[in-house]
Ligand binder design. Structure first.
Ligand code: NAP
Length: 281
């Protein structure tokens, strides 16, 4: 079974547009883009386009590549204080001279639709999430839409980044999966991944997960967004080979990527609902 993130995200976006219209609310997302990295510019454009589709207003703050940490902090503080803004997204990665941690920590946790603020990660890890990072949360939605319940399942997440691997493991743990996190220091990775009923790859290496690493019938989630030696977009999973063995698998493109954007829209609407209700007790 192909877990079609494109189709599922379309369905979720259509539903969200209806919910936003019915709510009478007008959520607004602010993006902060520093520099002119083409990939980052493309991602920000895609986010603004998705906003337009569902009835979320969006504003883009752009700073030049030489901006200082203080310049970015000032922009974030202005957006925190702006009562018209529901959610803030700082497009990562930031240029090297900028203290990324300081910027992430400056975002008001109530507007942190990316879910990277330590308060939101803490809430996620303590089992009471407010905003969870969009990519792993999008994976949970995709599993749920296809009726794949992680509860009790032997689940392996390869990758332990703060943005993807760790929150993925936390969401799966909260959903009662039995979770193993593997990383570059893991010994005999294949023996661990072969036992996974749900295998999530968040490694950042083209076609890293081969058929030998996957058990028969496993659900395989490919978070990777890579370009191979021919410049072709591909995931962390060798799709052509693994597809023959997996019970369910996400393609790249058209799998986790579109779910990430749909989830960002859902988080932004959630932020607006919180904002319109006043401060959380
Ligand atoms: P990252 O910060 O580079 O983390 C990669 C992780 O993979 C690290 O934990 C690393 O282990 C582990 N790793 C590297 N080589 C390994 C090996 N040989 N064996 C086992 N583990 C290994 O990357 P990321 O930000 O998590 O992103 C992962 C991938 O997801 C990238 O391709 C990225 O582009 C993609 N991504 C996609 C979306 C989307 O919307 N689809 C969103 C975000 C990211 P160590 O910790 O030991 O170094």
């Amino acid at each position: 079974m192909i877990l079609d993130g494109k189709k599922t995200s379309e369905k979720r976006l259509a539903l969200l547009a209806e919910k936003i219209e019915e709510s009478g609310l007008y959520p607004r997302l602010a993006t902060v883009l520093v520099g002119e990295d083409p990939a980052s510019q493309l991602y920000v454009r895609m986010k603004h386009k998705a906003c337009e589709r569902v009835g979320i207003g969006s504003i883009g703050v752009e700073l030049d590549a030489g901006a200082s940490t203080q310049d970015v902090l000032d922009a974030v503080h202005r957006l925190n204080d702006d009562p018209m803004i529901s959610g803030i997204l700082v497009q990562l990665p930031l240029p090297k001279q900028i203290d990324t941690h300081a910027v992430i920590e400056a975002v008001d946790p109530m507007k942190d639709v990316d879910g990277f603020h330590p308060t939101n990660l803490g809430r996620l890890f303590s089992g009471s999430p407010l905003f969870s990072p969009c990519t792993p949360l999008g994976v949970m939605t995709l599993l749920s839409e296809y009726g794949i319940d992680p509860a009790g399942k032997n689940t392996v997440v390869v990758g332990r980044s703060i943005e993807v691997g760790r929150p993925m493991a936390a969401l799966l743990t909260n959903a009662d999966a039995t979770v193993t996190i593997a990383h570059s220091k893991t010994i005999d990775l294949a023996s661990i991944t072969q036992r996974a009923e749900i295998l999530v790859a968040a490694v950042g290496r083209p076609r890293f997960v081969t058929a030998e690493m996957v058990g028969w019938g496993a659900t395989v989630i490919d978070i990777g967004t890579n370009y191979d030696e021919n410049g072709k977009l591909c995931g962390d999973v060798d799709f052509a080979m693994v597809e023959t063995k997996a019970g369910a698998i996400t393609p790249v493109p058209g799998g986790v990527g579109p779910m990430t954007i749909a989830t960002l829209m859902e988080n932004t609407f959630a932020a607006e609902k919180l904002r319109s209700c006043g401060p959380l007790v």
